[in-house]
Write a protein that binds this ligand. Structure first.
Ligand code: UD1
Ligand code: UDP
Length: 371
């Protein structure tokens, strides 16, 4: 059996790698080795538990208020002996986190080929998102196999002169994960807090480049809308970053329509998405999931590496300017036609079978065949 090492460390990586780990486990010719850096702790643990994944190695890196340097140095140092001892045939990394970058370099140092899942996403804006845009560009320089979620991502890779025969359009594994989490008779204590007659706004915000003034301005705009109307409520599962916790709890203190919760289990979060009216977020993964559930997304960023959703009509970039956010939000709350146009748009991120394709491509690659 050929060993495939998956290395990841944060909540979104766990959710999107889970379908691949399951597909590897189901394949008799391949054996997954699951390594987590523990860049996230609680948020990673709940995502792993939701998919019943037990890592073979956990580096337990997370510290409160960790820096990019802490994570990079810790991951590089602790991954080296594990990769050296296990000598996997291929290492799989996902997306654009600091774990992704460090794992890619660690595998390269041992001359192990890297397969990049969700390869080719780009804004081509160096600090937007920071540091993710450069993380994914560097990861793609080092990788040997590219699992691009969309044709657009493939085009980005081709334009950077990566070899066409190593790039595969697979769809995004986020859609695979959704196939296992959403069910119609879902019930949760979080939803019990919401008046069913009200429109539910689902909010998340955590990006480093938004922390501070931009986050404050965006959340203040949402607060003003909540206070000015009696037909909306909000659920905001607040990321555990101290900076985010501080701003969110300060701004929404004493707003009765605002329900701040701990980060939700992914099954709760996906089902809540399905029950919401619309989403305001700066998350990457949520931009991919919401179109499948026919929920409009106001993206609290100036750029996106997921322009497919904007082109499909399901995402709208509103940045963090309060006037722009309030106008877009009011329009979607009041103009049913505009709401329906966004909600009806087609999901451009795949058919939910990306993981199976990735495993087939890996097997062909290992057998020396064109995948
Ligand atoms: C990281 C990724 C980002 C991704 C996000 C997903 C990088 C540079 N950033 O950002 O691309 O969108 O994860 O959520 O890799 N914390 C906890 N418990 C947890 C997780 C985080 O307490 O389970 C707190 C810690 O204080 C930690 C802080 O959050 O220091 C920030 O975590 P970190 O992984 O450094 O950055 P994220 O903003 O989560
Ligand atoms: N998510 C979750 N619980 C929450 C908020 C989000 O499980 O309380 C899931 C969400 O469905 C998506 C992923 O976490 O799959 C997105 O993670 P995040 O926004 O932290 O990171 P990004 O995608 O921006 O890198």
């Amino acid at each position: 059996m050929q060993r495939i090492m998956t290395i990841f460390g944060t909540r979104p990586e766990a959710i999107k790698m889970a379908p691949i780990i399951k597909a590897l486990e189901a394949d008799l010719a391949l054996k997954p080795i699951v390594v987590v850096t523990g860049q996230h702790k609680e948020m990673l643990a709940t995502a792993l538990a939701a998919f019943h994944i037990r890592p073979d190695y956990n580096l337990h890196l997370m510290k409160k208020n960790q820096t990019l340097t802490n994570i990079t140095v810790g991951a590089l140092t602790k991954l080296a002996p594990i990769i050296k001892e296990s000598r996997p045939a291929v290492t799989l990394v996902h997306g654009d986190t600091t774990t992704t970058l460090a794992a890619t370099i660690a595998a390269f140092y041992q001359k192990i080929p890297v397969g990049h899942v969700e390869a080719g996403l780009r804004t081509y804006s160096r600090y937007d998102p920071y540091p993710e845009e450069i993380n994914r560009q560097v990861t793609d320089v080092i990788s040997s196999l590219y699992f691009a979620p969309t044709e657009r991502a493939r085009q980005n890779l081709l334009q950077e002169h990566h070899h066409a025969e190593h790039i595969y359009v697979t769809g995004n594994t986020a859609i695979d994960a959704l196939r296992h989490t959403v069910y119609p008779d879902y019930h949760s204590s979080v939803l019990d807090q919401i008046d069913p007659a009200k429109k539910l706004l689902l909010v998340t915000m955590h990006r480093r480049e938004n922390q501070g003034v931009p986050m404050r301005k965006a959340l203040q705009a949402i607060k003003e809308i909540l206070l000015s109307r009696d037909d909306v409520e909000m659920i905001f599962p607040v990321h555990l970053s101290q900076q985010v916790q501080h701003i969110a709890r300060e701004i929404f203190a004493d707003v009765p329509q605002a329900h701040l919760t701990a980060p939700l289990d992914v099954i709760d979060f996906h089902n809540l998405t399905a029950k919401s009216y619309l989403i305001l977020t700066d998350s990457g993964g949520i931009q991919e999931e919401a179109p499948s559930l026919h929920k409009p997304v106001l993206v609290l960023r100036d750029t996106t590496e997921r322009p497919e959703g904007v082109a499909a009509g399901t995402l709208k970039l509103v940045g963090t300017d309060p006037a722009t956010i309030k106008k877009a939000l009011t329009t979607l709350l009041d103009d049913q036609q505009q709401y329906a146009t966004m909600a009806r748009a087609q999901n451009p991120y795949g058919d939910g079978h990306a993981a199976e394709r990735i495993v087939t491509i890996l097997k062909n690659y290992l057998n020396g065949r064109k995948a």
